[in-house]
Write a protein that binds this ligand. Structure first.
Ligand SMILES: Cc1ncc(COP(=O)(O)O)c(C=O)c1O
Length: 394
């Protein structure tokens, strides 16, 4: 009855089961995995967002497959405001960054083809590829104090059916940016193999402990391969509920023109982006600057609190956070990450992501969302330090 792409098995994992039992019993929970900025206690300019959308709602329907001209220009202006040289004609509007992946996979690959990506990885990518009947091949990021791209490992993952390399820049959850040298090497490799580079830049507006040499947006360089830089209101303006993302196309002119033609045809099938949000977009970027500042302040304070509390236990290390909304925490490999996460929720009500959620290669990793309010970080980090201290004791 159902396709091989349908994911019908919705059995909850062990951690989700314990969380729902705890919730049902009325016991408290401290969520250190919060990823929805609209529900984590940030003050939102709701009235201004409402006014902007109300004006948009007065507009007639404008079915434009690549997005209405003023929305494409608003995205280009947003990118220019961060120092890029974007033009509206290279921008396609989508209903989210996730949808943008779907469009690009349709554009670039046939069922059975493959997309190469790095791990630790953003988990949704695998599902999005599966929805298009594509395979994902992962190569590990290297780490020597900081995460970086091992271009040989990437090259080794490219096979005859690889159609694209998809990298998250800065990466979720490691926060690591590509350096310009890494980006140029990858682009050279993609050009030589005739495949495209997808650069997911949803966290580009959130540098924290940024490093020298970090590359700007991939599509902003004159790279030799077809390049797609992805972004969206969900992160850039903290407005995931408004459902608007974008693709900026870069690379050689002829490929770029054809890619935009293909995206236009795919966009025409769905016409997924609501007109009011597109009409409101220039104003939403203005309002979004305030939200972005609040998220930036939140993530920075959360990181300070996390470091301060976890530094009480010497066997724990909070890795540098170059950018994004997550901190990676290294813990001794005494028990499986899943068991550690289970113990934390079962005994202390602390919800945390174990590293395997993000395809870390080994145990010894936890991921904390820095969107979590500072008081939750403080309350939730203490049991982590205490439990690890007990486990690590000789
Ligand atoms: C790396 C990355 N890409 C894409 C997305 C999805 O963004 P959107 O809400 O625009 O679909 C997320 C959401 O968390 C993400 O972390």
């Amino acid at each position: 009855m159902f396709s091989s792409r349908a994911r019908l098995d919705s059995t909850p994992n062990r951690i989700a089961e314990v969380i729902s039992h705890r919730r049902a019993s009325g016991a408290g929970l401290i969520d250190l995995t919060a990823s929805n900025p609209t529900t984590c206690g940030l003050d939102y300019p709701h009235a201004q967002i409402g006014e902007a959308l109300a004006i948009g709602a007065l507009s007639p329907y404008q079915p434009e497959p690549l997005g209405i001209a003023s929305a494409r220009e608003a995205v280009a202006a947003h990118l220019r405001s961060r120092g890029e040289s974007a033009t509206a004609t290279d921008v396609a509007i989508t209903a989210s960054t996730s949808e943008a992946y779907g469009y690009l996979f349709k554009l670039l690959a046939d069922p059975g083809d493959q997309v190469v990506t790095a791990r630790p990885a953003y988990p949704l990518l695998e599902h999005l590829a599966q929805s298009e009947s594509l395979a994902i091949a992962q190569f590990p990021l290297a780490r020597d104090g900081r995460w970086h791209l091992d271009v040989d490992a990437l090259a080794g993952s490219i096979g005859p059916r690889t159609r694209a390399v998809a990298l998250v820049h800065p990466n979720n959850p490691t926060g690591s940016y590509l350096t310009l040298a890494e980006l140029r090497e990858v682009a050279g490799l993609c050009a030589a193999r005739g495949i495209a580079l997808i650069s997911d830049e949803v966290f580009h507006d959130y540098p924290i402990e940024a490093r020298a040499g970090a590359a700007r947006s991939a599509a902003d360089y004159d790279l030799p391969c077809l390049t797609f830089s992805l972004g969206g209101l969900s992160k850039s303006a903290g407005m995931p509920h408004l459902k608007l993302g974008w693709i900026r196309v870069g690379g050689p002119q002829e490929l770029r023109v054809n890619a935009l033609r293909g995206l236009e045809a795919i966009g025409d099938d769905f016409l997924a982006v609501a007109t009011p949000v597109q009409v409101a977009l220039p104003r939403l970027f203005e309002i979004g600057a305030t939200v972005r500042d609040r998220i930036r302040a939140r993530t920075r304070l959360s990181l300070i609190a996390l470091r301060q509390i976890l530094s009480a236990e010497k066997s724990i290390e909070v890795l540098p956070v170059e950018g994004g909304w997550s901190a990676v925490v290294r813990v001794p490999r005494i028990v499986a990450d899943e068991d550690l996460a289970l113990a934390l929720v079962e005994y202390f009500g602390v919800i945390i992501h174990p590293g395997y959620f993000f395809d870390f290669e080994s145990d010894g990793w936890l991921v904390v969302s820095l969107l979590s309010p500072q008081e939750d970080i403080e309350e939730g980090a203490r049991p982590i330090a205490e439990l690890v201290a007990v486990l690590a004791a000789p």
